[in-house]
Design a protein around this ligand. Structure first.
Ligand SMILES: Cc1ncc(COP(=O)(O)O)c(C=O)c1O
Length: 238
């Protein structure tokens, strides 16, 4: 089995990191293969129940510290655990209270729920296309999607492919647009990718269908909590 070299987005990956649909065997790309989860019937419900059971106050700080040790690299970052990436997006929008009609740019492949959550908050979702060779949008398309109503831009890394968002930072910062990374499909160990320093918020999912599943759960890393960001984020971080 080989890592195909005609996809820019797979550069530097080892065979273990590559999404299965990109794996080539005897010259033929391998079709999607299922992931077998060795667990008892009902384990999923049990995990969900344990997840929402309140954690004793004595254990709470220890768990928060432990997650932060794994996911953050300096004191400008804080990690928050939620039931899912979807619940974090909802929490973020509740905290930010963007006025109705505000816009969020989103890279053009994601799950319908993410769009639905934004619509529930009366946010207009503005999609930008992905280049299939790199799995990233082009800077010019993002620039054209900006408007005075744009509040945030969500980069979703699809099929395990991550890319450098540095080329987008200047135009987004100039427009005062928050950068959000949706890494629901791209957790490949903390040594390999912890999110971009340029993103205010990087979300990882450990849901049932994820490669690194914990059945449920998500971790979001918030960055650069300076004075401008602190007040709105405070509500998210409590
Ligand atoms: C790109 C993307 N974003 C968000 C999500 C939602 O993640 P969660 O199940 O943790 O809400 C998924 C789930 O598959 C996803 O693929």
């Amino acid at each position: 089995m080989t890592v195909p070299d005609d996809y820019e987005c797979l550069k530097g990956m080892t065979i273990k990191d590559v999404p299965r649909q990109f794996i080539v065997k005897n010259g033929h790309p391998q079709p999607y293969q299922g992931l077998a989860i060795d667990c008892k019937e009902g384990t999923s419900f049990q995990v969900a129940r344990d997840f929402i059971k309140s954690v004793p106050e004595s254990a709470r700080q220890m768990l928060i510290d432990e997650v932060n040790t794994f996911f953050t690299v300096n004191e400008n970052e804080r990690a928050v655990v939620t039931f899912s990436v979807r619940s974090m997006l909802d929490l973020y929008l509740q905290a930010r209270k963007f006025p109705p009609g505000s816009e969020i740019i989103m890279t053009g492949m994601n799950i319908p729920d993410m769009v639905q959550i934004m619509k529930e908050h009366q946010i207009k979702v503005v999609p930008v296309d992905l280049d299939i060779a790199t799995m990233m949008p082009c800077v010019e398309d993002v620039r054209k999607s900006l408007s005075p109503q744009t509040k945030a831009c969500i980069f979703a890394y699809i099929y395990g492919c991550t890319y450098d968002i540095a080329p987008f930072v200047e135009i987004l910062n100039a427009a005062n647009v928050e950068i959000i990374e949706d890494c629901a499909q791209s957790f490949r160990s903390l040594e390999k990718f912890k999110g971009s320093d340029f993103a205010t918020m990087t979300m990882f999912s450990f849901g049932l269908i994820k490669f690194n599943t914990a059945f449920y759960g998500a971790v979001t890393v918030f960055r650069n909590l300076n004075e401008t960001h602190r007040q709105p984020n405070e509500k998210l971080l409590c």
